[in-house]
Design a protein around this ligand. Structure first.
Ligand SMILES: NC(=O)c1ccc[n+]([C@@H]2O[C@H](COP(=O)([O-])OP(=O)(O)OC[C@H]3O[C@@H](n4cnc5c(N)ncnc54)[C@H](O)[C@@H]3O)[C@@H](O)[C@H]2O)c1
Length: 390
């Protein structure tokens, strides 16, 4: 897990530990439901965690914060302390995105790589992945990107072609850290899952690399809350021929992700990912839509989204729907991460390569494109599972 001391990674680590010890039920895990549970997926017990992080060990005390916020049960944290310590000890220093240089809580080893060449960074990451594989003896490594949202940077021509990308690694080329991680994962023979709005493996050069290496990859940006609800509800308006005049969404979140998204450059991509699906589902250019995100520290992990849908029916009658979603962002995301790891490992084992269209229902901006309608996306996942069910 990249971003291994973040809120989602912490919930994945304690969640897996709690499941193994029988302290938790697999609520929220799609892969534990029929027909996915009839596929030959890796067992929960078979998953060994490792990761990269740029924040110093102990500097974030994320588990304690999540207990205080009412997300992680204290007994699961107490019972999982041994597993958590082993995981923490296996975390390696990450590579910095330019925007993180100078952050106060940086791991000195990560900070010292700040000025290294892109080639030196990807070589180091690949060696780390390979040594994790050797040390743990796991059959396959899946790299999941769970680091902070990156600021939007202008796309460079070398992102569009693999040969140019590889040449630029030796020069001065600009790269998002997420794409350097994705490159390292794919060249180490690992499937890559990007749960964030960051570029990751979605740039053309890395799509080419995944095909060349025969590896599956998927992303971008986990669909866990407001967008999940929007893409489940919007098809209803469209199917009943009701005209959606406006869909305004306002999100408040108080965790570190929310703090990161205060930066307008980092927020821009997230807002686009949250807005675009509506237009595609409703198919009406006239629909007025807008998404706002604000940081409200007291909410901590409890993301609150308020949506106002103004719509028109027969005779021009104007009506509205308003809803408020209050969800624990990390508790919603963690089981999806486990699902995606199992699906990516399975796809790699079956020799699949490319963008994993079966995982579209997990993402706001699916790599393989296609419909944003949650029901249609979920049907594709079920179809895939039935094809592989035993
Ligand atoms: N929670 C959700 O529902 C949800 C949904 C969709 C997307 N996401 C995305 O998932 C990501 C993780 O969310 P979170 O709540 O765990 O965030 P978080 O801020 O708690 O954790 C991110 C972690 O990444 C680390 N990090 C930053 N840059 C790094 C780098 N270059 N290398 C290694 N580590 C790095 C940070 O130090 C931090 O520990 C965010 O990008 C968020 O936007 C979350």
């Amino acid at each position: 897990m990249i971003g291994a001391r973040g809120a989602i990674s912490t919930c994945v680590a304690y969640g897996l530990s709690g499941l193994r010890q029988g302290l938790l039920e697999p609520v929220g895990l799609t892969t534990e439901c029929s027909p996915l549970n009839r596929m030959d997926l890796a067992g929960i017990d078979a998953i060994v965690l490792g990761g990269h992080e740029i924040a110093e060990a102990g500097s974030t005390a994320v588990a304690g914060e999540l207990v205080r916020a009412g997300v992680l049960p204290a007994e699961v944290v107490a019972a999982g302390s041994g597993d958590a310590a082993a995981f923490d000890a296996s975390i390696r220093p990450g590579i910095l995105d330019l925007a993180e240089v100078g952050r106060a809580d940086l791991d000195p080893a990560a900070a010292s790589m700040g000025g290294a060449s892109p080639r030196a960074k990807v070589d180091r990451l690949r060696e780390d992945i390979e040594s994790f594989r050797r040390e743990t003896g796991v059959g396959r490594v899946v790299v999941v990107y769970l680091a902070s949202a990156e600021p939007a940077i202008e796309e460079s021509p070398h992102w569009n072609d693999l040969a140019a990308f590889e040449k630029a690694l030796d020069g001065e080329g600009e790269f998002p850290a997420s794409s350097l991680y994705a490159y390292s994962a794919l060249t180490a023979g690992c499937p890559f899952v990007n749960f964030t709005p960051n570029h990751g493996s979605s740039i053309e050069a890395l799509r080419q690399l995944a095909i060349e290496r025969g590896l599956p990859h998927c992303g971008n940006d986990g669909k866990t809350g407001e967008t999940l609800l929007k893409t489940a509800l919007a098809p209803m308006f469209q199917k009943r021929a009701l005209r959606v005049l406006a869909w305004q969404g306002y999100n408040m979140l108080g965790n570190r992700d929310g703090e990161t998204l205060r930066d307008p450059l980092r927020r821009a991509k997230k807002c686009r990912n949250k807005d675009a699906p509506l237009h595609q589902i409703l198919g009406d250019d006239r629909t007025h839509t807008q998404v706002g995100i604000d940081f409200v520290p007291s909410l901590h992990d409890w993301k609150t989204a308020m949506d106002f849908v103004h719509f028109e029916g027969f005779l021009g009658a104007k009506m509205s729907l308003q809803f408020t979603w209050a969800g624990s962002d990390s508790a919603l995301a963690a089981p999806l991460v486990i699902d995606l790891v199992r699906l990516a490992e399975f796809a790699a084992r079956k020799g699949e390569s490319g963008e994993m269209p079966q995982t579209a229902c997990f993402f706001k901006s699916p790599l393989a494109g296609g419909s944003h309608d949650f029901h249609e996306q979920h049907r594709e996942l079920v179809k895939y599972a039935l094809k592989h069910a035993t």
